[in-house]
Design a protein. Sequence first.
Length: 450
Amino acid sequence: MTAHADPASPAVRRWSALDTAAGGLALDLALYAAATGFAAITAATSTLPPHRAWGAVATIGYALATVAATTQLLARRRAPGTPLAGPAARWAVTGLTWATTALLPVVTQSVQRAAGRTDRAQEEVVVVEHAGIRLAEHGTPYLGPDAIAALPPGEQLLGYTPYQPGMALFGLPRAAADAWWTDARVWFAVATALALAALVTTLRATATATGPESCRRDAALLRAVQAATVLPVAALTLATGGDDLPVLALCLLALALAAAGRPGRAGLTVGTAGALKLFALPVAIVLICWAATRRAGTRTALGALGLPALALLPVLLVDSDALVENVLRFPLGHGLVTSPAESPFPGHLIAETLPAGRVVAAALLVAVGVAIAVRLVRRPPRTAATATAVCGYGLLAAILLMPSARFGYLLYPVALLVLAPALALAGGTGRPTFPATARRDPAEGRTPEA
């Protein structure tokens, strides 16, 4: 996964061999077959109705993808040059798989919910839609502590909006109409698709490699897109909740813009993600450190940190106590109710089983944060691919050590780590490429950025 660091390392060679076996089709087949089993098990055993509903539809989608990948693999063995097994066909199968395992379940569950099925969405969908309605009516997506305390005990959890104010924008359509297309997941999917399309366009426009190198780059890019779309943890998350997918897609796009030598646009993009959810903040910090090595740290920081701050300002003026209650007290475990988010990760197990376990888990989390901060100061990432890997490994460590975390959060480090080789193969130094007639900025060796 870390081809950007040392292309000759054993780990990189093993991953490259696995990823490119049979033109990438071997891993495609393994992915789709394993996903079919995962979706089937989810449909049969999950205790969450939206997850079971996703599994019932996604099993068929993944099974069709498995058949398609098998057909491509057999065709490649019989006729190695056949277009049926080529890159374009692999992209087509990936797109169709995302449509059947993520987009179709989103629409299906949204239609069923609009028809009266209240068990066709996870809590975060309701929370975001309520936040959008409050934003439209009161100018803030947050309820104050008194308003939350006045709710029935069983509804107080849904009274909290532990997101940044920008997330409420996905709930605004629900304020206008109660229909399937105003379901927040529909708009999560639209935003995700647009960001990923921009990512692919950016990297393809940036790269100058041709021949075999271009094929390797496109294959790595396809794998990165698969990680953010058809991987079961991504498809399931989008279909049942979805709020993490636009945040992830914007972070990936920001790193792609960094690889294209666009630090200002990278800052604005990751800042947009940060205005939705604080999960983007670590990516923003790493990108600022990367940009500092190119004398663009201030320009990147203006967007990366300025946009989330601007998003907070209006709601801070409307009701500062409500903002603090939702964005700070509740996530830190000091709200009127506690978050139900928990997965059997080391941090949760430590917090629940050891004496003073929460203190121990918090100390480990802080230690990891300090170690990453020291690394960024002493050896700031000088390529977009390295920055992506730092983000991926850092978030993975944080998720594993958080006392309260969801299994779905793993989609962040997985997608980031799979993207890193694509950025390296796309020329992921973070330096722009120039046409022969382009005029460069002599101070920084770059063309002026729009």
